[in-house]
Design a protein around this ligand. Structure first.
Ligand SMILES: [Fe+2]
Length: 292
């Protein structure tokens, strides 16, 4: 679907680095108002489900509202930057919080403990209406996506330092790394809160899928080293390592590092020092050297 996205609509390297450190990127108010108005009826009517891994063309053919949404250049460019052209649909869901309705959802990461470090799924969240603090908004904890957890194993945490509650203008799209810790909040307003979610699985290696023209911009490292309230130094170094690993995967640059942490971890010299012998070879030199 997104194979024809113009380069100008792809994410930049600085934006990708933001996604790698935060686990999310928000595109505020990018959906035209005319579409946001149509969206309410579409979401109220429901959007039929599809089996896991349905091709996008099958799940959302041209002419449907969702396809129109995904074909907006800014949306298509962001999705392609994260998961590449022609992703498949893991699942999708319409979430409506009625006025004065719902309870705060336990903090969780979607799905199960996910051990992948060389790939990720992207979750798109579309908010057709303005989301105010009173309406609750989706709670998420930036930077947690690389701290693996098993679904609701973190449910006992009600609040974490550095968490954010999404408030946004109508027509906002948020793209999340699948591992981010989050939870829906109560709606304490008189207006229903609408959100439409799609989870995309990549079908290509997630290698340099964005506009890499600014790959050497100092803003890349600035974004990658962002710190959050829940993870202060020295423990925050774990996140720097995890982000450096992901940045290596995404760029293909196996020498990339932050403060030399990965370089230290991989320090396993194979050169045998002069005069050293290998006892496994049982060489005469070894026996002689050990005085046997
Ligand atoms: Fe969730």
């Amino acid at each position: 679907m997104t194979a024809t996205v113009d380069r100008e609509h792809l994410l930049t390297s600085v934006e990708m680095a933001h996604f790698v450190s935060h686990g999310a990127i928000a595109l505020e108010g990018v959906v035209p108002e005319e579409m946001n108005e149509r969206a309410i009826d579409v979401l109220d009517a429901g959007i039929p489900g599809h089996p896991y891994s349905t091709p996008l063309d099958t799940a959302f053919p041209r002419g449907t509202f969702v396809r129109e949404l995904l074909d907006l250049p800014v949306v298509a460019g962001a999705v392609q930057s994260l998961v590449g052209p022609d992703p498949v649909i893991d699942h999708h869901a319409v979430h409506v919080r009625p006025p004065r309705g719902g309870e705060a959802q336990n903090m969780h990461a979607d799905a199960i403990f996910d051990t992948r470090t060389d790939a990720f799924d992207a979750q798109l969240m579309y908010y057709p209406r303005e989301v105010t603090l009173e309406q609750g908004g989706t709670l998420s904890v930036p930077g947690t996506h690389l701290r693996r957890t098993n679904e609701s194993g973190i449910g006992r945490y009600q609040n974490l330092a550095g968490q954010t509650r999404l408030t946004c203008p109508a027509g906002t799209i948020v793209l999340l790394h699948h591992g981010i810790w989050h939870g829906g909040r109560r709606n304490d307003s008189d207006v229903a809160r609408y959100m439409f979610k799609i989870r995309f699985n990549p079908t290509v290696r997630q290698l340099r899928l964005w506009n890499t023209d600014d790959i050497d911009d100092p803003g890349v490292l600035r974004e990658l080293t962002t710190s959050f309230g829940w993870s202060r130094a020295p423990e925050a170094r774990l996140e720097l390592v995890n982000r450096a690993k992901l940045w290596r995967t995404l760029t293909g640059d196996q020498l990339f590092d932050i403060d030399n942490y990965l370089t230290r971890e991989q320090l396993r010299p194979q050169l045998v020092a002069p005069g050293a012998t290998d006892v496994r070879l049982g060489s005469n030199a070894t026996a002689a050297g050990w005085g046997l």
